[in-house]
Structures are given as structure tokens and as C-alpha cells.
Design a protein around this ligand. Sequence first.
Ligand SMILES: [Zn+2]
Ligand SMILES: [Zn+2]
Length: 151
Amino acid sequence: MPPRGFSANWAETGNTLDGGCLCGGIRYRLRRLPTDVAHCHCATCRRSTGAPFVTWATLPRADVALLRGTPKGYRSSSHATRWFCPDCGAQLFLDDDGEATVDIAAAGLDQPDRLTPRYNTYTHGRLAFVNGFDASLADDPEDGIGTAPRR
Ligand SMILES: [Zn+2]
Ligand SMILES: [Zn+2]
């Protein structure tokens, strides 16, 4: 079962961005360049990837289409599902029950440098050895607290 709310495919345009998993079994397309892009330092992102933080790009679900393959999902918290390639294990999407948007693991895009990260979030979980990384970016003033938790 694919993530809910994704669209059927549409043609590539100059504004679309494609991405996929490491083995190529799953490919997806974004309708437009995401502008909500953040580095998440929460422990769930760390544990689910083995990386010190995950950069998420956020779009409405209908702005994402699967081109090939079917991701597998698991509940990573009481309110969110993470989707990954069942063959190579690459994490692809984070889907919070309460949001109309979906988070796309930005580094899986073919051209991640088309994105501009805007802020750091869940910085209370930031590892000491990434302190100073992207220090020019603001920390999320809510820091995942006080709004509906997204992770
Ligand atoms: Zn794969
Ligand atoms: Zn996170």
C-alpha cells in the first residue's frame, strides 16, 4: 500500500523534481520545488536512518507521485508512518496522521541542491558533533514543542 493521498503521475516539467531509493526500485516525482525544508535532529530520525539528522522537504501529499515501486510503511510513533524501500531500506517519506502534507527525505532527490534548507528543528536532540552545522540557519522557535508534533 503506498502512502495515502499521493497523485497519479504527471509529466515532467521544468519545475518537477524526481527522486528515489538507492536500488532504484522506487522512484517518485514532486510537482514543484518544496520551500519548507528543514534539518530534523530528533532521535527518531537518527535511529531510523543511522544518520545524525535528516533533511526533510515538505509538500502537500497531492504534489507527490510514485513513478515506480511500492514503499513499505511502519509506525515510527503513535501519530506518524515512515515509508522506505523494502529492497534497499532507504527511507523516503514521513507521513504524520494530522498533517495535510508529507515530508520527503530530501537527500534522496536526484538534485538535492535545488533545495534550500530554511531551519533546524528538534534541536534539543542535536548531537554535539553537529553543533555549528548550518549555524547560519535559524532554529525552529517551536522546536517541535507547542505545535502538533510532526515526527
Ligand atoms: Zn530501493
Ligand atoms: Zn525527526
